[in-house]
Design a protein around this ligand. Structure first.
Ligand code: RIB
Length: 311
């Protein structure tokens, strides 16, 4: 099965801290490491590890980080021949703080990711038309994404849009999105900034479905995931694993959802598989480095009791 990803490639500079700081506060670090990341890159690597023929599209700078990211993605089996290295732009960088419970704070400098434009989108369209599933996120500008959504045939490929980081989606033709997958914070932004507690989920889900998006899957961390349909909301409970770093859990979820849908599975089975891939991801450090293989997810689904659990 063929999956294309258009999105960001970032070098992640990651510090583990005793606890996440408040604004203006300094906290001691416990360790520092550099990992390949970026939501597009993570999703392409995850899809390849889960058995897909994965092709990544995006832009890096002509620098050491860009070279390293491409080498790492290729090493994971991703076809990066469509990624362009731009002169005069720096490769994207993310600064990530990880607290003791695995929760994180992320700031990123888009660099070359911010130079993905409509001219590039137009050129890669023929390849995007050939795949089973196209994965998109929002660490690249919206105009090229809008162009692609307008010019793809109506039913193929299946489009999975991860609205992260959250932005106003009104420039995008959401009726061409098959699966929109916000987390709770992103959902709140998408419905105008209202907090989304448990009681609000159903109403928020219906509100978003009315924008024309075909399926809505809400990623809710420790609460699992929800599928919002016109008739109501179905909850898929999370696995109770011991989290060390939640970075890229959402990327693992989206890639696993895409792989499962591309294999012809329905949304219920695909969300179950995606929950398991995300659960395994949070048990490991880093972004792309933490993404599981298909065999690992299958083993986890068969023997979840073998993995350390949280209370
Ligand atoms: O989704 C996780 C990713 O978000 C990190 O790898 C970081 O690069 C940020 O873009």
């Amino acid at each position: 099965m063929k999956i294309a990803v258009l999105g960001s490639l970032n070098m992640d500079l990651v510090m583990e801290v005793e606890r996440l700081p408040r604004p203006g506060e300094t906290v001691p670090g416990r360790g520092f490491a550099r990992y390949p990341g970026g939501k597009g890159n993570n999703q392409a690597i995850a899809a390849a590890r889960l058995g897909a023929e994965a092709r990544l599209f995006g832009r890096v700078g002509q620098d050491r980080y860009g070279e390293e990211l491409l080498e790492m993605a290729q090493g994971a089996g991703v076809d990066t021949s469509g990624v362009e290295a731009l002169a005069g732009a720096a490769t994207g960088v993310a600064l990530i703080l990880v607290g003791p419970d695995g929760q994180n704070m992320i700031g990123y400098a888009p660099g070359a990711n911010g130079r993905v434009d409509e001219e590039y989108a137009q050129r890669i369209l023929p390849w995007l038309r050939e795949v089973d599933v196209l994965l998109l996120q929002l660490e690249v500008p919206l105009p090229p994404l809008a162009l692609i959504l307008r010019r793809l045939p109506p039913d193929r490929p299946l489009v999975v849009l991860d609205p992260a980081p959250a932005r106003d989606l009104s420039p995008l033709p959401l009726a061409r999105v098959d699966y929109l997958t916000p987390n709770r914070e992103e959902l709140a932004v998408l419905i105008g900034g209202r907090a989304v507690d448990q009681g609000e989920l159903v109403r928020a889900g219906q509100e978003l479905l009315s924008t024309g998006v075909r399926n809505l899957v809400i990623k809710a961390d420790r609460d699992g995931a929800y599928l919002a349909e016109s008739g109501g909301v179905t909850r898929f409970p999370a696995y109770r694993v011991q989290a060390v770093d939640t970075t890229a859990a959402g990327d693992a979820f989206n890639a696993a959802l895409a792989v499962s849908l591309a294999e012809g599975k329905g949304p219920y089975e695909a969300i179950g598989f995606a929950n398991a891939a995300a659960a395994l991801t949070v048990t490991r450090k880093g972004a792309a480095s933490s993404l599981p293989t298909k065999a690992e997810v299958q083993d986890f689904l068969r023997h979840p009791y073998r993995y350390p659990t949280r209370d």
